[in-house]
Write a protein that binds this ligand. Structure first.
Ligand code: UD1
Ligand code: CA
Length: 457
């Protein structure tokens, strides 16, 4: 059996530079909390246990981490005494001699391939460190290499001038061989400028014991830490780029990829086309051959095969479009199911409704689903025809094949195949307009002609 591996995520920091009431690791990137991005590659990297270390009272972080993937274990670091101390707060999760992968909660762009490479390197080394060439190394721990061997990591505050000139930096990710992990971590002291227990000291301790320490290099982009809102937006941009590339590699056509915003969980079928300026919020699935036209906004929605959405459409949570459905410009759909080939092509609100196969919802149709207290449902049967500008006052059932006259306010159920018209009866007065014009042009001014001309008969 392969050596078992535990991924430990350190997330007990405060993240004060975010200037936010929300803990740093709960800020969202591509519609997913940062902590979920950090936890996501764990399984693909070969970790069978995931331990997340949080500060006291951080149930919100615990909940988000558990939601991110199954089997997350939470450990609390009571005092913030350093990164080694934080790892040891989770010691129970690697006490059976598991290999250890340690990552920081604020490094959301790490890829599973990198973590896997580090784990594999444990076959040759007791400690593996992820390094990167920093453009501006200030603030990072420096990797000290002698004769091709990593001998120590020196934190900025403790580094000499010569050591500070090194630009090979510690990304913060470390792998420790199960056989040595606990004993190395337990040996780490806090005799340094910050009086913290530094995880990075594991390297010098390993070297002193004649054990190998190795470096794996990653790009600066992959290991970027998110400490403030500007870095949050940079991480978002990088992740969006990755997501767009991934969906295009899977066969989706993005006409202007840089204008399409995806969520980490957006799912596409084959031969989907997405026009420019479309936003996918969380929970969207788009079926084969569907087209999402420009300037549409979708979230929590399912789009059936061959369906056409937009331009300028809004699909809100619970919108379920069947195959070949057409949703056109300025149509909003919420918590509603539309059967195969149903259409709402212009200017409509469909909320808390079911629309049968092949039904046609005319321009300006509104489901009046809310009475100020509760939401009510509207059922529109198969093949029904809702004329333009109808107000459908829910709760309401419109039978299959029924016809609703344009401009109607429909307040009671309509049987199948019936016609319902609910609007003022039209009045026609022959010659009325002509007479009005004549009076206005000939009538004596100042004698009230202006007003009286329009007097109703
Ligand atoms: C750390 C590394 C440094 C590396 C840099 C990369 C150490 C000693 N130093 O420095 O070599 O170049 O990251 O960004 O590891 N944390 C806890 N509990 C603690 C202390 C920290 O959970 O008691 C968590 C923090 O929430 C954070 C992470 O560990 O996610 C790193 O801690 P931080 O204090 O930011 O370390 P740096 O000084 O940045
Ligand atoms: Ca840091």
């Amino acid at each position: 059996m392969a050596q078992r591996t535990t991924l430990v995520v350190l997330a007990a920091g405060e993240g004060t530079r975010m200037k936010s009431g929300l803990p740093k690791v709960l800020h969202r990137i591509a519609e997913k909390p940062m902590i979920a991005h950090v936890v996501a590659p764990a399984r693909a990297a070969g970790a069978d246990r995931i331990a997340v270390v949080v500060g006291p009272g951080r149930e919100d972080v615990a909940v988000a981490a558990k939601k991110a993937t199954n089997g997350v274990e939470i450990f609390i670091q009571k005092e913030r005494l350093g990164t080694a101390h934080a790892v040891l707060a989770a010691r129970e999760s690697f006490a059976q001699g598991q290999n250890l992968l340690v990552v920081f909660g604020d490094t959301p762009l790490l890829r599973s391939e990198t973590l896997r490479a580090m784990r594999d390197e444990l076959n040759r080394a007791a400690v593996v460190v992820l390094g990167f060439r920093a453009e501006r190394p200030a603030g990072y721990g420096r990797l000290l290499v002698e004769g091709g061997k990593l001998i120590a990591i020196r934190e900025e505050k403790d580094a000499s001038g010569a050591e500070r000139a090194v630009n090979l930096c510690n990304a913060g990710v470390m792998a420790l061989a199960g056989k040595h992990a606990l004993s190395l971590l337990s040996a780490i002291g806090n005799r340094n400028k910050k009086q913290e227990f530094y995880l990075t000291d594991a390297v010098a301790l390993a070297a002193a014991r004649g054990l190998n320490a190795a470096v794996i290099e990653a790009s600066e982009e992959e290991v970027m830490g998110v400490n403030d809102k500007k870095q949050l937006s940079e991480a978002e941009a990088i992740l969006q780029k990755r997501l767009r590339e991934a969906v295009m590699n899977a066969g989706v056509t993005l006409i202007a990829p840089e204008t399409v915003f995806l969520s980490s969980d957006t799912k596409f079928g084959r031969d989907v086309t997405v026009e420019p300026n479309v936003v996918f919020g969380p929970g969207v699935t788009v079926g084969d051959n569907a087209t999402i036209r420009a300037f549409s906004h979708l979230e929590g929605a399912t789009v059936g095969a061959g369906a056409r959405v937009g331009p300028f459409a809004r699909l809100r949570p619970g919108a379920k479009l069947g195959a070949d459905v057409h949703i056109g410009n300025f149509v909003e759909v919420k918590e509603s199911t539309l059967g195969k080939s149903a259409k709402a092509n212009h200017l409509a609100y469909i909320g808390d409704a079911s629309v049968g196969e092949g039904a046609n919802v005319g321009a300006g149709t509104i489901t009046c689903n809310y009475d100020g207290f509760a939401k009510h449902r509207t059922e529109i049967g198969k093949g029904a025809f809702i004329g333009t500008n109808a107000s459908l006052v829910a709760p309401l059932k419109i039978g299959a094949g029924a016809y609703v006259g344009s401009g109607s306010v429909i307040v009671s159920d309509v049987p199948a195949d019936a016609l319902a018209v609910g609007r003022g009866k039209q009045i026609v007065k022959k010659g009325w307009a002509k007479k009005l014009r004549e009076k206005r042009s000939t009538g004596p001014k100042g004698k009230g002609g202006k007003r009286k001309a329009a007097k109703r008969r």
